[in-house]
Design a protein around this ligand. Structure first.
Ligand SMILES: CC(C)(COP(=O)(O)OP(=O)(O)OC[C@H]1O[C@@H](n2cnc3c(N)ncnc32)[C@H](O)[C@@H]1OP(=O)(O)O)[C@@H](O)C(=O)NCCC(=O)NCCS
Length: 175
């Protein structure tokens, strides 16, 4: 069970089924879902079903100033196989469109990395579609550096993206 974490402007807390309407604000928005591995949701009810069954371990990011749920994300041991993935923790995130470029993702991701570090994680990896550079900028601001190209597919197989992979090994956290 993931804990609740407080940062300067956000509360990170587990998502619940009651968040369906708020989560649909970005999972139903193609500008946000374009490079995610899931397809755009068509209703809050569909989101509710996902929240009931598949969202454990995912934080919702609540903006402290107005209590609005503005995004979500997670971090965990990377499930890709092979030596390259050994012991690396991967993370992901998404935010409602009207909250982009205000530093929220960097703030939330640093908090997730700090939590993982306190759980013993030292190696971190993430990737973003080449055409989605804002996500790479977040990775850089969190201390990761470009390590090579890869690719990933949407879960429904509808498209494949060339990606940039970022990694870091932190003996001590730089924040
Ligand atoms: C990627 C995403 C999570 C970033 O969230 P955010 O809260 O806007 O991120 P931050 O404000 O912390 O940082 C964004 C950085 O990207 C930069 N940026 C924005 N658009 C950019 C672009 N087209 N090219 C390069 N950098 C860009 C911003 O200037 C900022 O960097 P700066 O602080 O040095 O100026 C958000 O855009 C999003 O939800 N996208 C849709 C979902 C998604 O793509 N998730 C990631 C999948 S890998």
């Amino acid at each position: 069970m993931i804990p609740t974490i407080e940062t300067e402007r956000l509360i990170l807390r587990p998502l619940t089924v009651d968040d369906a309407e708020a989560v649909f604000q970005w999972t139903g928005d193609e500008r946000v879902t374009k490079y995610m591995n899931y397809s755009t949701y068509s209703s809050a009810e569909q989101v509710r079903e996902w929240l009931e069954n598949g969202s454990s371990g995912i934080w919702g990011y609540v903006r402290k100033s107005d209590g609005l749920l503005i995004g979500s994300g997670n971090i965990g041991l990377d499930k890709s196989s092979g030596e390259e993935a050994d012991g690396f923790w991967g993370f992901g995130y998404c935010f409602r469109y009207d909250c982009w470029n205000q530093g929220y993702c960097t703030e939330a991701t640093k908090a997730m990395i700090k939590y993982a570090y306190e759980c013993g994680a030292r190696k971190f990896v993430s990737q973003h579609a080449v055409d989605n550079p804002a996500s790479g900028r977040v990775m850089e601001k969190c201390g990761l550096t470009f390590s090579g190209y890869g690719s990933y597919k949407k879960m429904d197989g509808s498209c494949e993206f060339k990606s940039k992979v970022y990694r870091a090994v932190f003996e001590e956290l730089p924040y």
